[in-house]
Design a protein around this ligand. Structure first.
Ligand code: E4P
Length: 222
């Protein structure tokens, strides 16, 4: 399972990338707004830090302008890690843009997916990633994980579909675990939740005991 971090905070990304466990980054217009920084500058910095896919989202809603924005965003990766993945919304224009970009060899992440039918369309449009939003479905009383399960099952029926299921809108560590049990290819996780994955009180307690016992021996490995 690949781990992406869902943020436009470059300092957070640098710190998490140091763990060696980060495979990519997703951003969206809300996360860029939260950073308070110019989008192109932020994407450029992230693309330098993380060699894996960095999703940058178009903000136009019509195909022609989406294509222009996509080309500008994709060009940021050139001469760097060539890792800019264009994020488009799951709309007819978004899918048309996805199909065109995929034909040009550009990776596309189709976002704002809330149904299995939408995910089928994204795969047919040649998306590299489909982003079903688990948390936002849970928020309205649906079960977001059922959607992940449906999409994984459907894609398995069609080996010609190369689209990876990118579980998004993750709200807690169990979303990550459940998505992994189902077989989602990728999770994109906010930094605070990604850090939670490392923690267990018995790990801390056990380490304290090991270190206390080790101290009693008076030994040193080095
Ligand atoms: C995915 O790429 C989105 O940026 C993100 O996961 C949305 O999460 P939210 O529902 O917490 O805003």
């Amino acid at each position: 399972m690949k781990f992406f971090v869902d943020t436009a905070d470059v300092a957070e990304i640098k710190s998490l990338a140091a763990s060696g466990l980060l495979d990519g980054v997703t951003t969206n217009p809300s996360l860029i707004a939260k950073s308070g920084r110019p989008m192109l500058e932020v994407i450029r910095e992230i693309a330098d830090v993380v060699p894996g896919p960095v999703s940058a989202e178009v903000t136009a809603t019509d195909h022609t302008t989406m294509m222009k924005e996509a080309h500008k965003l994709h060009a940021i990766g050139r001469g760097r890690n060539d890792n800019i993945t264009i994020k488009v919304p799951l709309t007819p224009d978004g899918l048309r843009t996805c199909k065109t970009l995929a034909g040009e060899g550009v990776m596309v992440n189709v976002t704002l997916c809330f149904s299995a039918a939408q995910a089928i369309l994204a795969a047919k449009a040649g998306a590299s990633f489909i982003s079903p939003f688990i948390g936002r479905l849970d928020d309205i009383g649906e079960d977001g994980m059922v959607l992940i399960d449906d999409i994984v099952q459907i894609y398995r029926n069609y080996p010609a579909f190369k689209t990876e299921v990118l579980a998004a809108s993750i709200r807690h560590p169990m979303h990550v675990v459940d998505a992994a049990k189902i077989g989602a290819h990728v999770v994109t996780v906010p930094p605070n939740i990604l850090r939670m994955l490392f923690n267990h009180p018995l790990t801390d307690k056990g380490l304290d005991a090991f270190l206390a016992d080790w101290k009693k021996t008076g030994q040193s490995i080095l």
